[in-house]
Write a protein that binds this ligand. Structure first.
Ligand code: CA
Length: 200
């Protein structure tokens, strides 16, 4: 009986310790540094969860956080149509949308992103697809782009874009969708995989 009591006491003690650390992390906002991250895998109703941010605005003027709409399971910006989700991401009429990723540690990091756009039936006049590009912290010159691609297809075509770069803890990576000059049928399906390598 004493042995059962000892196991019971040890179990309660272990649960208390685990709860303490879980509650401490939740309260402080600290998040465990993982080896890999995924936009779809980690998608959350909480801005900043696992380093992901859901944004709208402009790469030149700056981005602002979108608001999560629970009924639709998506983030929306203030600009009409501007939204982000694992199923459908659409730039606004007068704004870009962006996924931000806050780098949790200094390292060499690799990115692999897929994107496709739902093209209209019988590709319409003036429908010019989207521009998808990525940069770190700021973008003022095309040479700073880590990848850049026009997604202009007449049937569903998955584009895979990759890069590897050295980053510092606290850097912000941006993955931006721009509607170009016409916003028709700019619905995209996006994923971003990020793997953290060794120390830079
Ligand atoms: Ca367009």
């Amino acid at each position: 009986m004493k042995r059962i009591g000892a196991f019971f006491t040890a179990g309660i003690l272990l649960l208390t310790v685990l709860c303490f650390y879980a509650c401490k992390d939740a309260a402080s906002g600290e998040q465990e540094v993982l080896d890999s991250y995924g936009f779809v895998q980690d998608f959350s109703d909480r801005q900043g969860y696992r380093g992901w941010w859901y944004l709208f605005g402009d790469s030149a003027e700056g981005f602002k956080p979108m608001t999560y709409h629970e009924d639709f399971g998506e983030y929306r910006g203030e600009d009409y149509w501007s939204r982000l989700s694992v199923y459908d991401s659409i730039p606004g009429l007068n704004s870009e949308i962006a996924v931000g990723f806050s780098v949790p540690k200094t390292c060499t990091l690799s990115v692999s992103s897929t994107i496709y756009r739902h093209p209209p039936e019988g590709f319409g006049i003036g429908q010019d697809g989207v521009w998808y590009y990525s940069y770190c912290n700021s973008f003022t010159d095309a040479e700073e782009l880590l990848f850049s691609e026009m997604i202009v297809d007449t049937e569903i075509t998955v584009h895979t874009l990759t890069y590897e770069t050295q980053v510092q803890e606290g850097d912000m990576l941006y993955f931006v969708i721009n509607s170009r000059t016409n916003q028709s049928n700019d619905n995209c399906v996006l994923d971003i995989r990020i793997d953290l390598g060794g120390a830079a």
